[in-house]
Design a protein around this ligand. Sequence first.
Ligand SMILES: Nc1ncnc2c1ncn2[C@@H]1O[C@H](COP(=O)(O)OP(=O)(O)OP(=O)(O)O)[C@@H](O)[C@H]1O
Ligand SMILES: Nc1nc2c(ncn2[C@@H]2O[C@H](COP(=O)(O)O)[C@@H](O)[C@H]2O)c(=O)[nH]1
Length: 208
Amino acid sequence: MVKGNLFILSAPSGAGKSSLISALLKHESSRPMQVSVSTTTRNPRPGEENGVHYHFVEKKTFEQQIAENVFYEYAEVFGNYYGTSSAAIDEQLSQGIDVFLDIDWQGAQQVRMKKPDVTTIFIAPPSRKELENRLRGRGQDSDEVIADRMAQAQSECSHYQEFDYIIVNDDFDTALTDLVTIVNNQRLKRSQQTTVYQDLFNDLLAND
Ligand SMILES: Nc1ncnc2c1ncn2[C@@H]1O[C@H](COP(=O)(O)OP(=O)(O)OP(=O)(O)O)[C@@H](O)[C@H]1O
Ligand SMILES: Nc1nc2c(ncn2[C@@H]2O[C@H](COP(=O)(O)O)[C@@H](O)[C@H]2O)c(=O)[nH]1
């Protein structure tokens, strides 16, 4: 079986990566796709469910999991820990599922070191003003949290050159089409198709 592809989406908080991944997962697809559920020490927002949006844990538990080597990558973002469990993504990739990581630039750097064939995508907002509007429009964070996220946005954006692709999420449908194109592009690579088309190429290369 062909292994699944690993994709990373990074962006300043509020640029729309969760919305884009969620829309992508509802889109028609030739292969199964899943978003990795990260572990975090931040408090749940209203409406967020444990095990669905994140695995919410205490700082002590997270630090124990770091010591037990549970994480493929982890980072401290906005004063909280966030991490991706190795076991979950290895299992999904080995089942041929394409896996999407919604992680920050620090996590992206760690994954690139371990898995150089990862496809990395940077989602940019159309402007700083619009980014702030989206954070406010989400209605889930205090003024203080929003100010902190706006301050951090510059640091996240300063890493855009490390990514394979850039999508500017201005018009949502256009950004989604761009994301679908990138995913299909990766799936059409020869390295991804050699096993699938082995019989076809055996036939095409056979001597009469
Ligand atoms: N193209 C768009 N145009 C207008 N609003 C958008 C667009 N994309 C997303 N949004 C809205 O912007 C807000 C932030 O989006 P979202 O939560 O997906 O961002 P995020 O990058 O995943 O943030 P975080 O990293 O904090 O989880 C949401 O209210 C979402 O509905
Ligand atoms: N390095 C990692 N970064 C992660 C992970 N899960 C989420 N994130 C990033 O954190 C910020 C804030 O997210 P929020 O849900 O609190 O708004 C955002 O940039 C995410 O991409 C992870 O497992 N590792």
